[in-house]
Design a protein around this ligand. Structure first.
Ligand code: TXA
Ligand code: MG
Length: 342
């Protein structure tokens, strides 16, 4: 299959592009599109055959449910039994935006493979012009996981999608680099207090300011949990080919570690804030300015992917605090490193 990549910017005929994408989706095909977090791979969420193509293209285990994307808040009640009061508040405050709410699904409305056998469904309204325009032209919900091959870092650029899925999907809408860079917060509102199943751009602090207590497992608890509630969290994730080790932001320690590894014959890629560029690693990929966690989130996956284009044999990535969006960054770094620290 030929994969077409179309840039959606001010100069092009948007109407024609959206109608091309909508036609493909209505024919039961999959289309990749940008959201404010990462690129998604969408299929009409009520079409089981189409949704199965997502799993196939990604190589995704079939027990890992997909997030349903909608274009208006009102649609939520078409797909869930009941919208809890706290969920209503959160939608009004954070939608469109990087917050996925897990609620009880109405039976027999969405395709079975969206929920992967669970009685619940995750729904979000993305905050991206291209995603919203696509949803509003389509007038149907889109099931969409991140548009990467399963296990790889999520795509923050259309090129990342192309690298992973060329030949496997017919169309990628290129809306440039995504702003947030890590996936949405997944919050289970079927329980009280609600539980964060995956930390993301909407932080625990932001949620609590709106609805009071929110539970969030610590990094340790996340690792120990044998049956994670978000099935996706149990798989290896966000991992480049070479092994990743986490290291604290201590210049001397990093320099010493790089030297020791090189002496053992390793080629070292260092992922760190830009002011560490002078450390003589074999490859350096900046996370942005030191202390700027927004930049770190936005650059993380691109940096992890860049390592795969080098012959580095080991990757060192510096850590950050778990405050605010730092919780989401550390969650992804932990997964990429399989919990390994130096
Ligand atoms: O930002 C995002 O959320 C991106 C963009 C494309 O919207 N999507 C995304 O989807 O990250 P995906 O499939 O890569 O991750 C969805 C996560 C998985 O960990 C999955 O297990 C969890 O959400 N999830 C989905 N439905 C669920 C449910 N009913 N119960 C518990 N966890 C669920
Ligand atoms: Mg994903």
């Amino acid at each position: 299959m030929e994969t077409v990549l179309i840039t959606v910017d001010k100069k092009v005929d948007k109407e024609k592009i959206y109608s091309q994408a909508v036609d493909l989706l209505n024919q039961g095909e999959v289309v990749a599109f940008p959201t404010e977090t990462v690129y998604g791979l969408g299929a009409v969420a009520t079409d089981d055959e189409a949704v199965k193509k997502i799993y196939e293209a990604k190589g995704r285990p079939s027990d890992n449910p997909l997030i349903v994307h909608i274009g208006t808040i009102e649609e939520v009640s078409d797909y869930v039994e009941e919208v809890p009061e706290k969920a209503k508040k959160l939608m009004e405050r954070f939608w469109p935006g990087p917050l996925t709410l897990i609620m009880k699904a109405k039976p027999d409305v969405l395709a079975k493979s969206v929920m992967a056998g669970l009685p619940t469904v995750g729904i979000r309204m993305p905050d991206h012009e291209v995603a919203l325009e696509l949803l509003r032209t389509l007038k149907k919900p889109l099931a969409a996981p991140s548009a990467n091959r399963s296990g790889k870092p999520s795509p923050t650029k259309a090129e990342h999608v192309y690298e992973d899925l060329k030949g496997r999907i017919p169309l990628i809408l290129d809306g440039g680099t995504t702003g947030i860079g890590i996936e949405s917060t997944v919050l289970d509102v079927t329980v009280d207090p609600p539980v964060i199943l995956r930390p993301g751009g909407v932080t625990k602090e932001m949620l609590e300011a709106e609805i009071g207590e929110v539970a969030a497992p610590s990094l340790k608890e996340q690792q120990l949990e044998s049956t994670p509630k978000a099935p996706g969290m149990k798989y290896t994730h966000y991992a480049p080919e070479a092994p990743v080790y986490l290291i604290e932001r201590n210049r001397e320690k990093i320099e010493k570690t790089v030297r020791e590894l090189q002496n053992k014959g390793h080629r070292v890629a260092l992922l760190a804030p830009s002011n560490y560029a002078s450390i003589p690693a074999d490859y350096f990929f900046p996370f942005g300015e030191e202390g700027d966690r927004k930049q770190m989130a936005a650059n993380l996956y691109d940096a992890l992917r860049a390592c795969d284009k080098t012959d580095a044999t080991i990757i060192l990535a510096t850590t950050t605090s778990t405050e605010g969006v730092g919780a989401a960054i550390m969650n992804r770094l932990h997964k990429a490193a399989g919990g390994k620290f130096i």
